[in-house]
Design a protein around this ligand. Structure first.
Ligand SMILES: [Zn+2]
Length: 131
């Protein structure tokens, strides 16, 4: 009897413990676990313990899969948002680069005018000394 992967829904060989397509661990249903436990000839209390643990793990697994689904959905949303706004982002990046360039030019201009003022001041002093 084949089993169906809970992740990708591929049909796998009964003896395979992981999915042949995506590598996901085989998922046992509670009835399958109960059948397996019956064959093990365990104490009823031990069976109960295993069943409880299994149920807890199943619930956790279910919750995680749900979360995974939600996160994948959000990732997709973000990706499409990014794709949609890519031209806008590139335009803004260009503007920022442009501003950086002007900022640099402005700094150079400030330094140059400072030097010019200094030069004139020195020239004036020289002139004053000469005359
Ligand atoms: Zn799979």
């Amino acid at each position: 009897m084949a089993w169906t992967c809970i992740n990708c829904e591929a049909s796998n060989d009964y003896n395979a413990s992981t999915c042949e397509v995506c590598g996901m661990e085989r998922y046992f249903s509670i009835s399958e676990v109960n059948d397996l436990l019956k064959m093990q000839e365990l104490e009823p209390t031990e069976i109960k313990k295993i069943q409880t643990n299994f149920k807890r793990a199943s619930t956790e697994n279910k919750n995680l899969r749900q979360k995974n689904k939600e996160l994948s959905q959000r990732m997709n949303d973000l990706e499409s948002f990014h794709t949609k706004h890519k031209p806008e982002m590139q335009r803004l990046e260009k503007q920022v680069a442009h501003l950086h360039l002007w900022n640099k030019r402005w700094k150079i201009a400030v330094v140059l005018s400072g030097l010019t003022i200094l030069f004139f001041l020195l020239a004036k002093i020289t002139v004053t000394i000469q005359f």
